[in-house]
Each structure stands twice: as structure tokens, then as C-alpha cells.
Design a protein around this ligand. Sequence first.
Ligand code: AMP
Ligand code: MG
Length: 405
Amino acid sequence: MLNYEDARALVFQNVKPLEKCTRPLTESQGLALSDDILAPHGMPSFDNSGVDGYAVQAQDLAQASAENPVLLENLGYIAAGDSVNEKVYSGQCMQIATGAPLPKEADSVVMKEDIEVEDSKIRYTQSIQAKENVRYHGEDIPEGDTIIPAGTVIGPVQIATLATFGFSQVPVHQVPKVSIVSTGSELIDVVGQPAEGQIRESNRFMLAGMVRQEYCEILKISMIPDLPELLNEEFEEALKADVTLICGGMSIGEKDFAREILKELGVEEIFWKIKFKPGKPLFFGRRGKTWVFGLPGNPASSYVLFEEFVRPALRKMMGRRVLEESMVKATLETPITKTYNRLHFMRGLLHEENGEFRVRPLKFQGSHSIGSLVASNALIRVEADSPSMPAGSMVSVRPLRNEIA
Ligand code: AMP
Ligand code: MG
């Protein structure tokens, strides 16, 4: 049986970024840039004022003081959005708004708060450094600089940067289309009233939510009983996606048909079963362009396996550089006494105290436990065959995006 590291390495070696395409800027959030973005021009794109004030030549004010005020002739007002042809020569100044273009020959701007108006003249009582209160062309971002490297996920700040440089279309990777099929004859829909032995299906909603967190597209989402003919049809349809998630029926029970049917449909098995808890019977395979993950039906198993295998695989397909959130070191608040001969990712509660992370494993760790999912915000890595760990031990923790009240 593969261990966690080798299984993940196999997934990451196999899965490749999807083709490049362009998308409208306004629809690009959450996608990854496929190419480096270089500044097509310097930013700011022209010299402009950083304050509301008066554009001057700094040397005119070199001797200015309360005892020795300097009077400069005011040529008028430049608003933001105006273009200026005027020049400010020695002995002159011009009122200017924040963001308005600096008149030629002026080299600094005195703040409005620091002057007094005397008819058509402006009275200055302080000297000023050249370049003060001016935002110079290219001082923020020089032309040609790599402003955003390929593989960066596009968020609000990236959108602003792309907008300011005029990228109305952005180069990205195509988004994986994902199918989700939950299997199990015991499953009923959320609106139903479960008869004895039945449960409401929940994993497909959870998995779809996780897929949406990665901004991937959901091609198909369904639920199907453990009947081979139906599974066969449903899987065939689901295999049209870039990523097919089959949930349940992956183990060795009498009605666990999923693996067999996937193989019948031509899915090549890359691995099945890993030395990992929760979620030993993880299946990974491919058919053509389609990657197939078979997740066990226990909610905590499919959740943790999605977090550790599917999420980073989706990110890789999207061309993202950052495949997952980094693990952090945290101090264990309560001991871990029970360990296994497989790596165990325990659900836990992570919090910060005086600038340090502390974590507490939840008491209940059953892989069927929905309660532990909604109560946890982190996964604690406990090595296979680890000796028990007293409170105060340092552990590796994967923070999860799950808000705890
Ligand atoms: P399986 O992996 O099919 O053997 O299912 C393992 C356990 O998870 C069983 O108790 C199932 O009832 C439960 N289960 C399977 N699929 C789902 C699902 N989609 N939603 C909620 N529970 C499920
Ligand atoms: Mg089942």
C-alpha cells in the first residue's frame, strides 16, 4: 500500500495544468495567471501631485521662512483629469489637485495647508525639497517589471493591478470541469424523510462546495444507488469531465462496485488504497484527459482526502503555484494517546494565543463523524506508529477554511 507522500507525488506528477486561454478581467477572480504579467508602462503613468496644493520650483523657496516669506505668482488651477500645457517658471506657481498632472518645469508641490493666498500671489513661509509631494512616472512600478508572476491566483489586488494597466482580457488556464457522483442505496435527497436505514446524502454538497472554493466548474452532480447498471451509465456520463469524483462504494463491501465499474469503463488505476486515516480506500486513476478520484463515502474521509489530494490537484490543473495552504507548527493542548500503523490526520481545533498556535484534537474522530467536521478548523498530522504525544508536544497542522462559532 502506498504511503501518503508517495500517493500525493503520483497525483502531482500525473496531473498537469490545463490549456491556456483568455478570460475577461471581470470574470477572472480565482483563476491562475498562465503568463507573467509585465508592466507595459511605468506606474504612475505621468508625474502628478500627491496632495492638494501648489506646484512650484523648489529652488524658489530655498530661503523661505516666516521672517522671509516668498511670494509666487499663481497661474491658475489644474484639476485631476486636466491636461497641462503650461509651464511653471521661476517666480510662478500653480494650484493643483491630488492626482493632477504636474506642470512642466515644476518639481514639487507645497501643501495647501502651508500657504496663504494674497490676491493673485501665494505666500510661502517654508522651504521644500525637490520632488516632495510629487508622484513620479514609473516610481511605483518601472516599465517592463514582472508585476505578477505566472501561476498567481487572481484576487482583488491582482484584478486592480491588471485593470490599471489596461488588461481587459487576462491570460489564464482553463478551469477544470468536475463531476461529482455520490453512490449508495441508503442515500436519499435532502428534502426526503429517511426511512429506517436510510440517510440524507450530504457529501455531494460538501464536495461541490469545496470545488467551488477553487472556482472550478461543476459539470454534473448526482446521487445514485448501488446498482451496477445505473452506476455504469452515471459514471460514463461523469467521465466526460476533467476531474471525476466518485464518492462511496470504493472499499471491499459486497455492494462496493465503484472501482470495478470504473475499470470496466476503461479507467486505468494508478493507485487504490493508501496508508492513511481517515480514508484508506482512496482510488486514483485516469481515462484519457479525465482524472478520477474515488473517495470513500464516510464524510470525514472524503473531506480530508479532498483537502489533501483533490484540492491541490485542481489547483495544479488551474496552473496555480500555491497548491495548498502551508502547514503550521502548533503546541498540542491535550495529549494524543491512540496512534495507528497509518498516518493519521486528526480533526482539531486550532487557535492563536500570544502569537503562537495551539491545537486540540477533537475527542471524537470517527470517519463517519459530521460533528467533528463542523467542529474542526484544522488537521493534525500524527505519524504512523507514533509514540503517544503528551500535551506540550509540537505538531504539524493544516489550517482549514472552516469558521468555528
Ligand atoms: P461507503 O464508502 O460507500 O462504504 O460508505 C461509507 C459510509 O459513508 C456509510 O455509512 C455510508 O452510509 C456513508 N456515506 C456514503 N456516501 C455518503 C454520502 N454521499 N453522504 C453521506 N454519507 C455517505
Ligand atoms: Mg456505499
